[in-house]
Design a protein around this ligand. Structure first.
Ligand code: FNR
Length: 192
């Protein structure tokens, strides 16, 4: 069975390093997994609790469907002012609703942060992990923070750094394993 992974980049910038890592993840996933890139972040409106339930914006419904249809999600984030970008937090807020039965509830996830700084957006990485702990989203143990990312991605957007390619491939394998575990647990629940 192919494990479907949805990669969500938190950057809207056309030359984004974060999105370059998302594209690289499609090449680096295990053979038994496939990575699709989420493309709709720019069209998600600001979260408005008055719109729930029943008046879900179409772009939000699409995001939720894409997360639901995936076996796992890979969240890739830049660091803005020591946290994650507002656009990504906004998308996570929408996807976290309805509380308790949301698309994010129980969905296996992995996090990649990156930055031109040597720290690789470690604060953003930790903030996102904290947020996902509240949304009921299990996250793989490994924390991948890619520092000096501007030296690791070429002008053509290719991830060139061999060590980072290896770390990303290993994270994806860990995510696939977590997705398989969660899948087995669901199957067992259905047998009971
Ligand atoms: C940044 N940047 C940044 N970098 C960092 O390591 N820590 C930080 O707190 C911030 N803060 C920050 C705030 C804002 C508003 C911007 C626009 C940028 C720099 C950031 O890491 C850099 O621009 C990355 O290249 C952005 O990621 P993408 O768009 O290349 O994926």
């Amino acid at each position: 069975m192919t494990v479907k992974i949805l990669a969500i980049s938190g950057s809207l910038r056309s030359g984004s390093y974060t999105t370059a890592l998302a594209r690289a993840s499609a090449e680096l996933a295990p053979e038994s997994a496939e990575v699709a890139l989420y493309e709709g972040l720019a069209s998600i409106p600001a979260f408005d609790q008055d719109l729930e339930p029943g008046r879900t914006p179409e772009a939000v419904a699409r995001l939720r469907r894409q997360i639901e249809d995936a076996d796992a999600i890979l969240l890739l984030t830049p660091e803005y002012n020591a946290s994650i970008p507002g656009a990504l937090k906004n998308a996570v807020d929408w996807a976290s609703r309805p509380h308790g039965t949301s698309a994010l509830m129980g969905k296996p996830a992995a996090i990649v942060s990156s930055s031109p700084s040597p720290f690789g957006g470690a604060w953003a990485n930790q903030h996102l992990r904290r947020i996902l702990s509240i949304t009921g989203t299990p996250v793989v143990e490994t924390e991948l923070a890619v520092g000096k990312v501007d030296a690791k991605v070429g002008d053509d957007g290719e991830l060139r750094d061999a060590a980072t390619r290896e770390r990303l491939a290993s994270l994806l394998a860990e995510l696939e394993e977590l997705a398989a575990e969660v899948g087995r647990a669901h199957a067992e629940e259905q047998l009971v």
